[in-house]
Design a protein around this ligand. Structure first.
Ligand SMILES: [Zn+2]
Length: 215
């Protein structure tokens, strides 16, 4: 990581705020690949690099993208705790790229605030089919109801798992036992604990994160 890269923020010289909410990068996002493409692709990938977000108390609470982290800094909501040796240029200024930011006001994080969604189920299961235990791109995974809906199985954290199409087909409208399949692990709600595990995984890419992630 780390050769000096000089890039502008966008063609209008402004930062473009993103919609808040989805803050952990998806599996197809920054954690997946470091792009060495040219020019605009490279700039875009830089702005999507993961940034660790700490609460005011230094507790790690999330992962966001460089672009959104810089918006939070410009708004005075957060300050940089660790920086990359990389700058981006807006119309008038050069800004160093943050690696870790900290919120200036304490934010209460509910224990299980994460929305039940396809994206979050795939994140929780780390894009691994829970039956054949192979890793797939998101586009090659579906969600499987462990207890089929036709048997009263509900759409909950405990009954939905990432599943490849092949396993999904062979399981059909049966329980895992009936289909001779075994779950890799019992599905659980996506908790802050899970988020921390993900942060650690992503953090292996960035030395600057370590002291905040209790290595
Ligand atoms: Zn499978």
């Amino acid at each position: 990581m780390g050769a000096n890269r000089h890039m502008s923020v966008d063609s209008r010289g402004r930062y473009t705020p993103e919609v808040a909410g989805e803050v952990l990068p998806g599996s197809e996002g920054p954690a997946g690949s470091r792009s060495h493409n040219l020019n605009s692709t490279r700039r875009t990938s830089l702005m999507q690099e993961p940034v660790l977000v700490l609460n005011a108390t230094y507790e790690p609470i999330n992962v966001t993208a460089v672009r959104r982290a810089m918006v939070l800094m410009l708004k005075g909501v957060a300050q940089a705790e660790e920086m990359h040796n990389t700058e981006v240029h807006s119309a008038a200024h050069a800004h160093r790229v943050p690696s870790v930011i900290r919120l200036l006001a304490y934010r209460h994080i509910p224990q299980q605030s994460r929305a039940l969604s396809r994206k979050n189920i795939l994140l929780r299961d780390r894009n691994t089919c829970q039956f054949c235990v192979r890793v797939f791109p998101s586009s090659e995974l579906t969600l499987d109801h462990v207890v089929p809906r036709s048997r009263g199985g509900r759409s909950t954290w405990e009954n939905l798992v990432a599943c490849c199409y092949r396993c999904n087909n062979s399981k059909g409208d049966r329980t895992p036992e009936e289909a001779g399949l075994k779950l890799a692990r019992r599905p659980r709600p996506f908790t802050l604990h899970t988020s921390r595990q993900l942060m650690r995984l992503i953090g292996h890419r960035d030395e600057r994160w370590r002291k905040y992630l209790f290595y």
